[in-house]
Write a protein that binds this ligand. Structure first.
Ligand code: EPU
Length: 418
């Protein structure tokens, strides 16, 4: 079993270059099965979720090669219409293959993605939307069978602006000869990125980033060369690392606009932030101040994925921080581990009340999920003594080379095998 061993209380300094966004790369990789020609993706992060998606593409019949952060995907003329359970179970986002498979083959058979550490995470909005598009959906013993003789574009009103459902509908309807409108669509930057990628391949989609996305289906998609946008969540995580350790850090290769929803929290905590084009320098005080109230919301609100590392840094702030999670039920799984490290967090349903303590102290803890794992790294960096973090497969889903990057910034962190 692998573990991260962190000897805390070392200030960080220097520059970190943010990688491509996992949550943008994943749907774009799924979209590649719609393209008739080769796709070349640059700035594709080296993460286990990306490796799993590449494995699914290969299973379906695509040729995929990777050289550092560049991935090349050539589609197959005879794609498979199913994904086996062991591949589906590795991550929930594999459900985004459903839309493009139906668009390409008129049918698809997928197992339901496995249980998720963030709560039930149903896919009812995806499936109800498919039914409106003239797709027959049969759910049977944990698998989903979809069939259509022709996808018929229509106007869909999402009951909630689900990121995954918006992506799945865009990918199901981009090919053909009809028009689809998605009202109350998700507005996350990763949705705009998917639109940009598809349009580069010849699609006719507009409105991403706004309330209504309009998809005028096209006969075919060609290939393209595309560079994945920077990961706003990786950036905010490194900001939390800097804040928790009282450090000054320059964070490069960011999209300033996408960082905007988290800036108020760091300012309120007493951090100075200096923005230049595509980079930011964060300068943290010796002791952070409490943040009065953070509430996660869909974009452009405060992102749920940035929450746990910010909770970790607030644990050692002066005063009480109130955090309200509105997107995922089980977001707070890692708070029990933070409490083992000396934090004082109390959970009341979706509200976390964080009473600031003077310091974390090192402990043996387990990553419970991806962002919870990042929160434990944050606590470990700030802690007095040694922290051992296990269950690193969660952290490796979303942070490329985390111990290497942090070592370069001055942290005492290494990965060990037991
Ligand atoms: N929901 C439903 N029914 C649906 C779809 C969603 O009830 O059919 C609920 C979910 O259960 C959840 C909420 O709506 O409570 C939000 O779900 P959404 O579909 O918007 O999220 P997602 O597509 O499953 C993506 C990211 C998440 C990120 C969320 C919100 C990817 C691969 N995942 O998930 O990223 O938290 O949007 O921004 O893009 C992460 O990177 O750590 C991560 C969890």
């Amino acid at each position: 079993m692998e573990r991260l061993v962190i000897n805390g209380k070392r200030p960080l300094s220097g520059e970190i270059k943010i990688h491509g966004a996992k949550n943008a790369a994943l749907p774009i990789l799924c979209a590649c099965i719609l393209c008739d020609e080769k796709v070349i993706l640059h700035n594709c992060p080296k993460l286990s979720d990306i490796d799993n998606t590449i494995e699914i593409l290969r299973y379906l019949g695509c040729k995929v090669s990777r050289d550092e952060d560049t991935v090349e995907i050539s589609n197959s003329d005879c794609l498979k219409d199913n994904i086996p359970r062991d591949l589906m179970n590795k991550m929930r986002s594999s459900i985004i293959f459903l839309g493009p498979l139906i668009a390409k083959l008129g049918k698809a058979n997928l197992c339901l993605p496995g249980g998720c550490e963030l709560g039930p995470r149903p896919i009812d909005i995806h499936l109800k939307s498919f039914e409106k598009l003239n797709i027959d959906v049969f759910e049977h013993r944990g698998s989903i069978d979809c069939k259509t003789d022709k996808i018929k574009g229509t106007s869909i009103n999402l009951p909630f602006p689900s990121v995954g459902a918006t992506e799945n509908i865009m990918l199901a309807t981009v090919l053909g000869n009809t028009k689809t409108l998605i009202h109350n669509a998700a507005r996350e930057p990763e949705i705009i990125e998917l639109q940009n990628f598809l349009n580069k391949c010849g699609a006719d989609i507009s409105g991403a980033g706004e309330n209504c996305i309009i998809i005028n289906a096209v006969k075919k998609l060609h290939g393209c060369e595309h560079s994945i946008l920077p990961d706003r969540i990786e950036a905010s995580t490194y900001m939390s690392f800097a804040a928790a350790t009282g450090s000054s850090l320059t964070i490069k290769n960011i999209c300033n606009e996408h960082i905007e929803p988290v800036v108020f929290a760091f300012r309120e905590a007493g951090c100075d932030m200096n923005f230049k084009e595509n980079e930011l320098t964060i300068c943290a005080p010796k002791r952070l101040k409490r943040i009065m109230h953070i509430k996660t919301l869909v974009y452009p609100g405060f992102p749920t994925d940035s929450g746990m590392p910010i909770i970790a840094m607030s644990c050692i702030a002066e005063g009480t921080t109130i955090f309200e999670e509105t997107i995922f039920q089980n977001r707070y799984n890692a708070t029990a581990e933070l409490n083992k490290m000396g934090a004082n967090i109390k959970i009341y349903d979706r509200i976390a009340v964080i009473e600031g303590v003077k310091s974390f102290y090192g402990a043996d803890v387990e990553a419970t999920d991806l962002r919870g794992g990042a929160a434990l790294v944050c606590a470990g960096l700030a802690a007095q003594g040694t922290t051992n973090i296990t269950q690193l497969q969660h952290i490796d889903r979303g942070y490329e080379n985390i111990e290497h990057n942090l070592s370069l910034l001055g942290a005492d962190i290494k990965r060990e095998k037991n």
